[in-house]
Write a protein that binds this ligand. Structure first.
Ligand code: SF4
Ligand code: SF4
Length: 301
């Protein structure tokens, strides 16, 4: 496990609305009867809680540009943090091109993916619960302790609270039966300095979510374009109970039984296709170059 200070970014997940419907989406977009949009005051509180976090604060979704108060969120970020410490994760959807200047003025880094790369992008299943495949509990926790996603991705804030891992945050929303706004008892309160928690503080959240997650085991990825989510039998029941059953139809799910793959897909799928990212940015009249922290810096053409 990686402590939060070691992370490149902590995400504020302002919405789970998205115009795409990718297979094995890590935010489970398409599962929920309706998307959430974090109220502006809550987003401000989340930004304030990270004001002394020395790395990047990410604005993420779903698709964050669909948030009706995206402009106000950007203006608040501009006065709260230096540009180099603000990042935007987006697909630059059609119809939001007017945000180009605002984006360049607010974010030092943009991380773009519109999921149009041919023939598709591999998405490892999240909902293939490790506990449904690894019966030896010691081995299960051994694998979870070494989870590649927790070591390389972000911590996150969403309407359920603050979490050590962005996937745990998304699972909290998906399995929740009491509504998006209900605070998760194992989530941390969004208050100044919460990000200083260390690995020893993760245990309650790990016990609650990691056994239900498939990311610590190398299950076979599926292309984002396939329109199907992989699930383990136990998670299928949990999601059904939560009422967040995607598109109602069972045909949208595949009960996973394909065993493990090697993890070459994870190592080889580097976001190094500059032309792909540059083409997405150019739709907004934005050009990309590398900034001093190794991410893409956006500038108006
Ligand atoms: S674009 Fe991203 S957030 Fe939207 S459905 Fe695809 S993977 Fe999920
Ligand atoms: S197993 Fe899942 S929830 Fe646990 S740390 Fe890894 S990605 Fe996060």
């Amino acid at each position: 496990m990686q402590s939060l200070i070691e992370k490149d970014a902590i995400q504020i997940e302002i919405t789970n609305a998205c115009m795409n419907d990718c297979s094995n989406c890590t935010r489970f977009c398409g599962h929920f009867p309706k998307p959430y949009f974090m109220p502006l005051e809550d987003v401000k509180m989340a930004i304030d809680s990270l004001d002394d976090f020395p790395k990047m604060v990410g604005i993420m979704g779903g698709e964050p540009l669909l948030h009706p108060q995206f402009e106000q969120i950007c203006l608040y970020l501009q006065q709260a943090r230096p540009k180099i410490k603000c990042g935007l994760w987006s697909s630059f959807p059609k119809g939001r091109e007017h945000y180009a200047e605002l984006i360049c003025n607010t974010f030092g880094s943009v991380l773009l993916n519109d999921h149009s790369l041919e023939p598709g992008i591999p998405h490892q299943p999240v909902l293939t619960a490790i506990k449904d495949y690894v019966s030896d509990e010691s081995l299960m926790w051994f694998l979870i302790e070494r989870c590649k996603i927790q070591r390389s991705w972000s911590a996150a804030i969403n309407p359920r609270g603050a979490f050590f891992c962005e996937i745990a945050a998304a699972l909290s929303l998906l399995f929740n039966r009491s509504g998006v706004d209900a605070h998760d008892p194992v989530a941390w309160k969004i208050e100044k300095g919460w990000w200083k928690k260390d690995v020893i503080d993760f245990h309650d959240q790990m016990r609650c979510y990691c056994p239900h997650c498939g990311m610590a085991i190398n299950h076979r990825p599926r292309l984002d374009t396939e329109g199907i989510d992989d699930m383990s039998p136990g998670n299928f029941e949990l999601v059904a109970k939560s009422g967040n059953v995607r598109k109602i139809s069972r045909e949208k799910y595949h009960i996973y039984n394909e065993g493990c793959a090697d993890n070459i897909w994870f190592n080889s799928f580097r976001r190094n296709n500059f032309d792909y990212f540059a083409a997405i940015a150019s739709r907004y009249g934005i050009k990309l170059s590398f900034n001093e922290i190794g991410y893409f810096k956006p500038e108006l053409i």
